[in-house]
Write a protein of this length. Sequence first.
Length: 160
Amino acid sequence: MSSLPILPGGHLWYEEMACHDETMTTYPLDQRDTVLIPKLAPAYEGWRHRLGDRPGAITSGYRTPRWNTHIGGELNSYHVLPASALDASFEGVPVIDAARAAVAEMLANHVIQGVGYYPDHGIVHIDVGPRYHPTLWKCVMTLTHLKPIRKYVAWDGVTA
């Protein structure tokens, strides 16, 4: 980790936002001043604060197009460009509670645009897409011809 977080006094580090590919491709420099610093990092900090400032683990930040394809990410993923999404889990917090806290942060500050969660993996996705159009979803794994398939369904922001 570097010696300083993205925001002074914050809990999100540039290294955490790097692509998790074999070379740990860094977060795009041209997106730091337009997306990461003014939008995504403050959204994460607000979300984290709503969870009692519990430690969080970033499971996915920026993704190169190649890495996104490799892991089966969505074609137009906000993790790629404008590098405006992250996935996280929080120590001791059930995934549904973390997702609800993200929705509360979205409704309060209108910076988070999308909230989704993966009940089977304990991970919550937030994004700060290019325009305010709130979207809520959850990922449901289904088996088709013995192959797991991700299916994204609308979520009301409350029920599991």
